[in-house]
Design a protein around this ligand. Structure first.
Ligand SMILES: Cc1cc2nc3c(=O)[nH]c(=O)nc-3n(C[C@H](O)[C@H](O)[C@H](O)COP(=O)(O)O)c2cc1C
Length: 384
């Protein structure tokens, strides 16, 4: 991208041109995706930002293949994101790996009876089939130690922990030339993660798509910056154009971690219906709910939220609740019940009106931010 220069410490740390990181967003597990996590990561890195591969949902072998595909497609730096469970002790790493997948219907039979009854009732009421899908048991989320090993073997430039504190792996990562990034939604964890030795921290506000905390980005950033100091911070949650980028840099962040805006691109890996939802959405059209994963998660609003809210059930723990939501979402997709289909997306959806190449998103964000930061303060501001 010729012309504009926008450099921060992040560019020096990662060897990139612009302080824009594409958030790790795992593959959509059901239905036909447009784009893919690999394509998106490559496109953003090629455009001068840093593409991060969303590795949740991949098996450990698929993760390795995806990393190798990125390396073949671009010589530029990239990152890999996986969801660490809050305690590695509960992971599937210690389970025998002989069974690598199970039919979803078999797993549903092991859920507590009220959840099975609810799934049956919704299927009957909405008129959706019970769709059989094979659930992978050797995913990176269930085998985080193996996934981390692959990342270190492949010497990925940046390892990102989408959940959990990656402090325990920093020493080994650094010995392999891998930098480590953690994500938080509050200042308490910002301090804790910074003290554990990570290289970079993402502070993600309530506005953000996917798993989210309770503090809005504007309130979170200053306290997270203070708590994490001297560990540098990237801003996340609600950033979709150069105004958001400029504001984050003005606050003291060294870059931005952008999810929803990059999902709604040609390369973003999502169902076509979810991209359409983002385009059609106003700023009010997302909801936070535990229905999808058992943790608070922001997605575009669908009638599935209403069904859950009136179910009288509490969410099961992550990732068991994923089986509850998958059992129904697969049926909604199969029966083309668009009103009930929804994917992860943030409040910034209200700002997004066009699917475009990810490279153009990078270019436009940089141009607008440079414009603001170099000469175009809004007309009603006087500062000397
Ligand atoms: C479709 C989608 C999938 C996501 N998947 C992940 C994930 O696998 N791991 C992760 O760390 N964060 C994930 N997130 C959260 C993003 O990393 C990021 O923090 C968030 O999107 C930032 O807010 P924004 O959507 O307003 O840009 C996801 C977000 C979206 C929209």
């Amino acid at each position: 991208m010729a012309g504009k220069i926008l450099r921060t410490k992040l560019c020096d740390m990662l060897g990139i041109e612009y302080p824009i990181v594409c958030a790790g967003m795992g593959p959509t597990l059901m239905g036909e995706n447009t784009g893919s996590p690999v394509e998106l990561a490559v496109a953003v890195s090629e455009a001068g930002g840093l593409g991060v591969l969303g590795g949740s949902g991949f098996t450990v072998d698929e993760l390795q293949e995806a990393i190798r595909e990125i390396k073949k497609s671009t010589g530029r730096p990239y990152g890999v994101d996986i969801l660490l469970p809050s305690s590695l002790g509960i992971s599937g790493d210690d389970l025998p790996s002989a069974v690598s997948e199970l039919p979803l219907s078999e797993i549903v039979k092991t859920l507590p009876q009220p959840y099975q009854d609810w799934i049956k009732k919704v299927r009957e009421e909405i008129g959706i089939p019970s769709v059989e899908i094979m659930v992978k048991l050797n995913t990176t989320t269930l085998h985080p130690k193996a996934a981390i090993r692959v990342c270190l073997e492949e010497k990925v430039p940046l390892f990102c922990a989408g959940l959990g504190n990656p402090g325990f792996m920093v020493q080994e990562a650094h010995a392999n030339g891998v930098k480590v990034l953690g994500i938080t939604g509050n200042s308490k964890n910002a301090r804790r993660m910074a003290q554990s030795g990570i290289d970079l921290l993402v502070a993600q506000g309530y506005e953000g798509g996917g798993h989210t905390g309770r503090i809005g980005t504007m309130a979170l950033l200053p306290v997270a910056l203070d708590a994490a100091y001297p560990v540098p911070v990237l801003a996340a949650g609600g950033i979709g154009d150069g105004r958001g980028l400029a504001a984050a840099l003005a606050m003291g962040c060294i870059g931005v971690w952008v999810g929803t805006r990059f999902l709604a691109t040609n390369e973003g890996g999502a169902l076509a219906v979810n991209k359409e939802r983002i385009l059609a959405a106003t700023d009010e059209d997302t909801r936070v709910s535990k229905v999808f994963t058992g943790k608070t998660l922001r997605a575009n609003y669908s009638k599935f939220h209403d069904l859950w809210d009136t179910s009288g059930l509490d969410a099961l723990p992550f990732p068991v609740q994923v089986m509850v939501s998958s059992a129904l979402m697969a049926g909604f997709i199969e029966a083309n019940k668009a009103d009930y289909i929804g994917g992860l997306a943030g409040q910034v959806s209200g700002l997004i009106s066009e699917i475009k190449p990810a490279g153009r998103v990078v270019e436009e964000m940089v141009n607008e931010a440079v414009d603001i930061l170099t000469r175009r303060l809004p007309e009603n501001v006087v500062a000397r």
